[in-house]
Design a protein around this ligand. Sequence first.
Ligand SMILES: *[C@@H]1O[C@H](CO)[C@@H](O)[C@H](O)[C@H]1NC(C)=O
Ligand SMILES: *[C@@H]1O[C@H](CO)[C@@H](O)[C@H](O)[C@H]1NC(C)=O
Ligand SMILES: *[C@@H]1O[C@H](CO)[C@@H](O)[C@H](O)[C@H]1NC(C)=O
Ligand SMILES: *[C@@H]1O[C@H](CO)[C@@H](O)[C@H](O)[C@H]1NC(C)=O
Length: 347
Amino acid sequence: MGCFLIGLLVIILSIGNIIEEANGEISPKILSNIKMMNKRGPYLGIVAPNNFELNPLLASRAYVPYPSLPFIDFAGRRFRFGNISNQRVVIVMTGLGMVNTGVATQLLVSLFRLKGVLHYGIAGNADVNLDIGDVTIPKFWAHSGLWNWQRYGDGIDDELALEAGGDYTRDIGYLQFSKYNNQSDNLLNRVWYQPEEIFPVTGTPEVREHVFWVPVDKSYLDLARQLQDMRLPQCVNTTCLPRPPKVTIVDRGVSASVFVDNAAYRTFLHSKFNATAIDMESAAVALICHQQALPFVVIRSLSDLAGGGSDVSNEADLFGSLAAQNSVDVLVKFVGLLPTHKSKTHS
Ligand SMILES: *[C@@H]1O[C@H](CO)[C@@H](O)[C@H](O)[C@H]1NC(C)=O
Ligand SMILES: *[C@@H]1O[C@H](CO)[C@@H](O)[C@H](O)[C@H]1NC(C)=O
Ligand SMILES: *[C@@H]1O[C@H](CO)[C@@H](O)[C@H](O)[C@H]1NC(C)=O
Ligand SMILES: *[C@@H]1O[C@H](CO)[C@@H](O)[C@H](O)[C@H]1NC(C)=O
């Protein structure tokens, strides 16, 4: 009898162990939902930075959520399913910065059957020729926050720490803080920009490669050229921008987990890298998609000039929502340009 009870207890406990999963692991229930949704794929993955940009997309009439299973929650993220212009989409919000964005994007591409990734949102502006509300689609993205900070006294001909082993390089260039002195010298010397160490799906595990500028997908970019005559709203209620916002293909964007509200650094990023859009997420999406060999493109509408200085600076709060809405409108229009493929398991 005692043996029987102990046996029963062991069985109950081991069933309990099967059902109870460790935090972070994919539970059997979630896994079966993912499998079910993937049978309807492939999807377009859509990545939004935060609620400010996600909400106007969810509120858009173009977005039709699936009534049967509108979302799957996993790892603190919500993956939403629906259609935009008869394209099946799965939408995820990343949260602020490069780590959040890397995690959310990697989860998206690993869990779901995707044919491509679209990233959208607002960005800081580094180009004085563009204005609040203009929507940029850069050809390249780089992570501009991976630095080798040189010791005081060393010059541009001195090797960086760990440069000889291939860990760091002087190929991309530097920012020299002492060029930006106002009163006196400082000890900050230079930071040298570094390429990302990457491990592409097409490479050998644990054998690193390097990339700085990540190009967006060429066919997505070609499609995006058709958006350049799109008309966007110029006014919020009775307050209007000096000219109607435009959609424009630009050369480059840069991202780092740094909020740039500094005119000197904004000007440097523009003159050194020809950057137009400055944000905290896009290059992370780019780096993940690049390594996973998935096509991607980024649509970022400009909020204020980073660090201030435009004539509509004081209206930035007012036009922030217009900028977010513009990025959604351009995204939706772009999705409508994509060819619809019939998937094998049609529902
Ligand atoms: C979503 O789009 C797919 C593919 O075009 C289509 O087969 C399906 O009927 C659409 N579903 C809804 C709910 O609109
Ligand atoms: C430099 O410092 C002076 C005195 O503190 C200040 O008035 C001036 O605005 C500064 N210049 C810039 C470009 O910040
Ligand atoms: C625009 O006007 C509407 C209606 O008067 C108001 O509810 C809304 O807050 C205004 N929007 C902005 C950004 O001022
Ligand atoms: C810089 O970017 C602009 C558009 O964003 C482009 O017209 C220009 O040719 C680029 N300049 C260089 C030197 O690549």
